[in-house]
Design a protein around this ligand. Structure first.
Ligand code: GRG
Length: 449
């Protein structure tokens, strides 16, 4: 019986019957060779119902349960029967005569897996769902095209683009596809020797936003040694104001984004001692709102992007005790909308990039389990250009490097199979962060260069 239909669904489990759990679906094929999938709202109920099937089969079945030949995916029908825990957990008589596991189909059995493989796209994420190779090709192609629309609009923030694109390649285990010397020599052309900061492109003014990206990219390649660390860290520290805030550059605009850039950058360079950390933290705390979130300046509206910056800076400086984890966690998890995606603040549209800003913040405050990961994973995967690679802000929109990075980054935070893990505070792969803080070894893949 389900919510839309008052007729009971009746299946004979003791005929030719086989099943498999692929949360949120319980798939089965009955004696009439019909394939059905029962959708469950709750993963626990799905597993409990499968467990009940196993116990029934184990207790009563005389026929050994054998997988059969494959069938077409068009036979799949979704049913909405949702048994309650009370039903599926009740006693079952007579008790099993042999191990309960014996009658449960072995999901590692190849033939069984093949039998259901046609339903992959409807049944939770598998590695095939992320068109990783296409994304690699897309990132590499953007770098080569100099005059198309995307390259032109990214011109003034090419340094950020380098960080987004190269970190995506690293998450996909393909950083080796680019020549580190070429990247480093271009980056050093963006460096301003007079002040120690980096510009967004050659000939552009220096700013904290690009200086952090430059330091992150050098960290990816294990090439921080090319920097005059004292000079760069003096540039960053020199942008701290008397109230503890940071300006982005000499023109003076302050924003908690710049507090994050400065703190992350100095921490990677092991030079946090060059600033007044206590004042920097107090300034960030002064940007905290009654809803538990943070804005760009004191009294500024809470926004997921600013929250990442403030929580990230507090995490790096060991100051997360200033965060009301439950209050902020609640505000952040309310960012998940019906389509599974996340928005950046109430009443706004969902956008793939918030998969990073929101999830990383939730991880840092230990509340990431308040998000429906399956729905968010599907939302991100639906934003892929499956033909040409790249990820867009929302399904069917044009792709760009920014959203491609934050989509893959979001999947990495949700431990999508095959991706490298990202550190939620430093926004760098965990192995890179480990190398910065725990070891001096050059990454094996880069030793040759
Ligand atoms: C190393 C990951 C990393 C970041 C460096 C620059 C920076 C530090 C953080 C930026 C944080 C931020 C403010 C992100 C939000 C970006 C964004 C999509 C802004 C769009 O704002 P609106 O108002 O969008 O146009 P909404 O979604 O609110 O309508």
């Amino acid at each position: 019986m389900n919510r839309r239909n008052t007729d009971n669904l009746v299946e004979d489990l003791l005929g030719d019957f086989e099943y498999e759990v692929q949360v949120p679906y319980l798939l089965y094929r009955n004696a009439a060779q019909e394939v059905n999938g029962i959708w469950f709202y709750n993963a626990h109920d799905c597993e409990a119902a499968a467990n009940l099937f196993g116990r029934i089969l184990n207790a009563y079945s005389k026929v050994p349960q054998k997988p059969k030949a494959s069938t077409k995916s068009s036979e799949f029908e979704e049913l909405e029967a949702v048994p309650t825990s009370a039903v599926v957990e009740g006693p079952l008589e007579p008790p099993p005569t042999s191990s309960a596991a014996a009658a449960v189909p072995d999901v590692s059995d190849d033939s069984f897996v093949n039998f259901f493989s046609g339903f992959g796209s409807r049944l939770g994420a598998t590695m095939e769902d992320l068109v990783a190779e296409k994304h690699v090709k897309y990132i590499l192609s953007v770098e080569k095209k100099k005059d198309d629309f995307e390259s032109l609009v990214l011109e003034h923030l090419r340094m950020n683009g380098a960080y987004w694109g190269l970190t995506t390649l690293d998450l996909l285990h393909k950083l080796g596809a680019v020549d580190p010397d070429e990247v480093v020599s271009w980056m050093m052309e963006c460096y301003h020797q007079d002040c120690g900061g980096f510009g967004g492109n050659i000939g552009h003014d220096p700013h904290l936003l690009y200086t952090l990206s430059a330091v992150q990219v050098l960290a990816l390649f294990d090439r921080l040694d090319v920097l005059d660390i004292e000079k760069v860290s003096d540039y960053v520290a020199g942008l701290q104001n008397g109230d503890g805030s940071f300006s982005g550059d000499i023109w003076g605009e302050t924003d908690t984004r710049f507090s994050y850039c400065a703190i992350c950058c100095l921490s990677i360079l092991h030079r946090l001692d060059k600033i007044d950390v206590e004042k920097a933290v107090n300034y960030i705390v002064s940007c905290k709102n009654l809803d538990g979130g943070f804005g760009s300046i004191p009294g500024g509206e809470s926004h997921a992007g600013q929250i990442f910056c403030c929580v990230g800076a507090l995490a790096i400086t060991g100051s997360l005790h200033h965060v009301d984890r439950d209050l902020l966690g609640w505000w952040l998890c309310e960012r998940q909308c019906k389509d599974g995606g996340l928005n950046g603040r109430p009443e706004k549209l969902t956008d793939v990039c918030y998969s990073w800003w929101v999830l990383s913040s939730l991880i840092m405050i230990d509340r990431v389990h308040w998000i429906d990961k399956d729905k968010l994973t599907r939302f991100i995967l639906n934003c892929q250009d499956r033909e040409n690679g790249g990820i867009s802000d929302r399904p069917d929109n044009a792709v760009d490097v920014f959203h491609t990075y934050f989509g893959v980054a979001g999947l990495s935070l949700m431990e999508y199979p095959g991706l490298k893990s990202l550190d939620p505070a430093y926004a760098l792969p965990v192995d890179v962060v480990n190398r910065i803080f725990f070891g001096k070894q050059r990454a094996p893949s880069l030793l040759a260069s």
